[in-house]
Design a protein around this ligand. Structure first.
Ligand code: KPL
Length: 313
């Protein structure tokens, strides 16, 4: 069996799920949370993991001070895309040459920050579904596969290391594979998120409800098509027809409140810049029109602003 000291960064749904599963499997796991009071609370209470078979309280080491963590072999970054650069600064004491960083953020907007950190890193994409039901409390909806890979050629040793991480995750009931074409997998998910997240946030509806309205279906298709055009121009190979796949995910996750709608409902900043925003930015660079995604970005930003104002009053 693989033996690694693991640090999970960010106490969101994904961070709590990965930390809990890895701890249950017997690994030494630290959860890093930049919020001191919340870190103390989670350290005291543990993580509460709720699945279809029941609820489990999982003791966890949690801290807001990265200096207390000590040697770590693996750092899994589960913060939102827009918090990644700050997290990397706060984690500096842990960023040794021996520690492998894995970034699980949506989209591609954070790859620059990862490269700037100057360490060997892998990126990943996960179809694990989780919802945060309170501080340190995660409801594990559907289990899905996690795909890990490097953005560029690496040594055989680094590749072996990533396979060991996949083994560690699999042993913790987190189904994981290593891919030599990770960008394709990231874009497969990005294109689906482009077609679902913003529309559910704007229309305050569950994923499945998007398919009940012909106008929303055509808007979804147009947004996804723009993303697919950008992907094609970048040489990305998607795994199938993007509009069809997006509609299928709407059916498979019909009852889900998308992560973006969850963010809006909780008054948090959304990942609109990392999702639809990244399509607009890449489109501009490549000379590809993205009017539907521009409209979706503007609409979600307007809602974010309204929510922020309401919270300040
Ligand atoms: O990944 C998702 C998200 O909510 O961010 C989908 C696939 C849309 C499921 O809700």
């Amino acid at each position: 069996a693989v033996d690694m000291n693991v640090t999970i960064v960010g106490p969101g749904a994904l961070g709590c799920l990965f930390a809990a599963r890895l701890a249950i499997a017997g690994n030494t796991v630290w959860l890093y949370d930049r919020d001191k009071a919340r870190a103390a609370y989670i350290g005291d209470q543990g993580i509460v993991l709720q699945t279809s078979t029941g609820e489990q309280r999982v003791p966890i080491l949690c801290t807001a001070d990265s200096r207390v963590i000590g040697r770590t072999d693996l750092i899994v970054l589960c913060v939102k895309s827009h918090d990644l650069a700050m997290a990397l600064r706060q984690l500096r004491p842990l960023l040794t040459d021996d520690a492998l960083l894995i970034a699980l953020q949506n989209g591609i907007g954070h790859h620059g920050a990862m490269q700037a950190a100057g360490r060997a890193f892998a990126v990943g994409v996960t179809a694990q579904g989780g919802t945060l039901a309170g501080i340190g409390k995660v409801v594990h909806g559907g289990s899905g596969q996690t795909v890990l890979g490097y953005l560029s050629e690496v040594s055989k040793q680094k590749l072996t290391l990533l396979h060991s991480v996949a083994e560690l995750f699999n042993a913790a009931d987190l189904p994981t594979v290593v891919s030599g074409k990770i960008l394709n997998a990231i874009w497969d998910k990005l294109v689906v998120n482009v077609g679902i997240n913003a529309l559910t946030a704007i229309h305050d509806c569950r994923n499945g409800e998007l398919l009940a309205d012909p106008l929303l279906i055509s808007e979804q298709r147009a947004a996804v098509q723009e993303a697919a055009n950008v992907a094609a121009a970048k040489g990305i190979i998607l795994s199938g027809d993007p509009e069809e796949i997006t509609a299928k995910v709407c059916v498979a996750t019909a009852n889900n409140v998308s992560s973006m709608l969850q963010d809006i409902r909780k008054g948090r900043r959304t990942e609109i810049d990392a999702i639809n925003g990244s399509i607009v930015r890449a489109g501009k660079r490549l000379g590809i029109a993205t009017p539907v995604n521009e409209k979706l970005v503007a609409a979600v930003k307007a809602i974010e602003l309204k929510v922020a104002r309401a919270n300040n009053n």
